[in-house]
Structure formats: C-alpha cells, structure tokens
Design a protein. Sequence first.
Length: 415
Amino acid sequence: MTAGVAGNMALGGLSQLVQAKRPTMRDLLLTPKNITRITEQLAQMRGAAMKIGQLVSMDTGDVLPPELTQIMARLRNDAHFMPAAQLKQVLNAEWGHGWLKSFKSFDIHPIAAASIGQVHRAVLKDGRVLAIKVQYPGVAKSIDSDVANVGALIKMSGLMPKGFELAPYMEEARKQLHQETDYAREALYLSRFNELLSGRSNFTLPELIEEWSTSQVLCMSYVAGTDIEGTTHLSQDARNEIASTLIALTLEELFSFGVMQTDPNFANYLYDEATQKVVLLDFGATQEIGSEIVTQYRDLFTAGLGRDIDALQAIVQKIGFFAGKTKDTHKAQITAMIELVFDAITQSESYDFTDGKLQAKMQDMGMKLANDGFIPPPLGIDVLLLQRKFGGMFLLANRLGAQVDLKALIERSVA
C-alpha cells in the first residue's frame, strides 16, 4: 500500500512541477486514487489500521472533499469477513469440537463486521437467539505494528501542525485497542451497564450469555433494531427524543456513573420502533472516568452556563485545552470558542443540530489559531475520550436533524 501511494504521490508531484505548481505533501496524498487504495487495503486488514480508518470516516465532511468522505465511509461497512473454515477453527479452539451440536442454527455469514471481530446470529436448541461476537485470530498481536504504521502515515500526510507531539496519542490508541481485544473485559462492562440501566424504559441492552463467552468470543442475547442512521424518516419529535436520550445518557455516564462507553460509532446504536427504545450494543471501548475529570467538567459546564468568563478560562486551562505557556491571545481565542458553544446552547430553548453556523464559526476560529502557530498541548486520555464521545453525539444529532434542549439536560446533570 505504501509503495503504491508513494508512487502515485511521485507522479502527482512531477505533474504539478511540470505545470509550474508547487506541490504539497497533503495535496499529493489526499487524492481520490490514493484514498481509494488506502481504503481498499484497510478494509482487508484488521485491528488498529482499520479502527483508525473508521474513526477518521466518522466526520471528514468539513475537511476532505465529498467524494473522499464517501470512500472513507466505506470502512464502516465494508470489512472483509473471516472465511468459514477460519471461523470454525476459531470456535473449535474456544469452545472445543462438537459445539455445533448445541445449536439449532448458526449463520456463518456475519450480521456485522468491524475492526476487531465479526458478529453472527445463532439459535441454541433451547430456543435462545444469540449474537456471537468472534475476534479475528491474531488481531491483538498486530496492534503494536498497526499503530506504528498508521502513525507513520499520519506524519507523512502533513496534516498535523508542526511541533505537534503525535507519539503520546498513538500510545494511548495502542493501549485502548489492546483493551478492546479483551472480550472478558467487555463482558464485565456489558453486565455493569445492564445493572446501571435496569428498569429504564428508553433503553434495551443485550444480556451476557456467560457459558458461551470467552476472552475471544462474546456471546449475548440477540436484539433487533433499525440502524440509528436509518431513523431519519421518523417524526421530528421522535428524532428529537432519540438524540435527547443519547445525550442525556452521555451526561449521566460522566456525572453519575463515572464510567462511559467512549466509542460513538453509529454502528453501536440501533432503534426499536415497536418499543421506541434505543438499543446499546458495544461496550469494548468502555472506560472509567476519574473523579478529578468529573469535577473539572462539572466546573466547566457550570462556568459556561453561568457566563463566568474568568472561571471558564481557569477551568479550560486546568483541563488542558491550553498550557500555562500558551500565548495570551491564543488563550483568549480558545476561551472565546468555548463561549461560542455555550452561547449556542443558552440562546434558545432548543439547539437545532442542523444549523451549521456554529460548526462553520468554530472551524474558522480553529483554522485561524492553527495558522497563527497554536500547537495544542498533549491532552490526557480521559479528556480525549470525552471529547470524542461529545463530538460523536453532536454528529449523530446532526444526522438525525434533531432539536434538543441542551441547557436543561446539562443543568439537570451538573446539579
């Protein structure tokens, strides 16, 4: 893949030089031909390479041209499946030979496939319908090299600001991906969230089937539903309720539970129209949130809603969005960006996620910061994961065209 992409870049650079243009590394890399090649290769791979590709594909619409966004979005759906023989080999190793005798049916064609494993629907002879998540063999062993290679690709792209320290982020990505390959860990968090959300009328979760679960196979009850992105045909009120439910859960995870499912990939949510419940599916990226971070974000939201600018700037620095040595002008700009968010939240009864003015303004201010030489300080993993979840919820609400009373949700959460 690297050789092919480098060859395309060399030809593209030569072509631009002949036309008396000065080629940039970024423009040479981010061509449809190169993105297609990268996407096709990542779709055949497992682990970190594909995982990072999926994360990039979540929202590239404001950064990459639309045709490249569509290509990258394939990574959410076009994972290559394990051959049937390999699947049988994995299950024989985990369950022992003869396991099929316990099943009435087992669909060898997966109903879902992602970066670390694929999911199969099966029915036990006792009638229980299962969703069985099977890990790709060798995926855990590939994580370290995958992360190193993706890091090299990012550096080659020229997308990162000069002086930006990528290494700490790649190390955190490596650690988290290793956690996600531990299905026994995911099983514990699945059970924990079943307990935390027990009795809730707006959520459905699969139940752990412990006797068929191992460190490489996670067995759960099968839960049906519509892809969360496929609910755009519902009424405005229904879409508002879906978005409000998921945003409220995110705030509750932070301020009440102290534990959060940090991967906002849309594939992790379904919607059951019959019961009007949101289905929560994947808990591999669940993380404990430290009490210090919880306190800091409570102070952040309180200062923002209260329009206390001095308190807001102090807590923003404490969280780490800028450092003590950051230029005063940059501190003021970052604080102004956060003020802008709270202005949008408080200026009307419901925030309209389809209104692109906030996104456009934030992007413009961010570009000016970057052009002025601002280099973000390394952020702690807790903060990175929280920002990732917040961003994912924003994108999902935008996709649903939702209108949500964010101020009321936040006030209720931080009280």
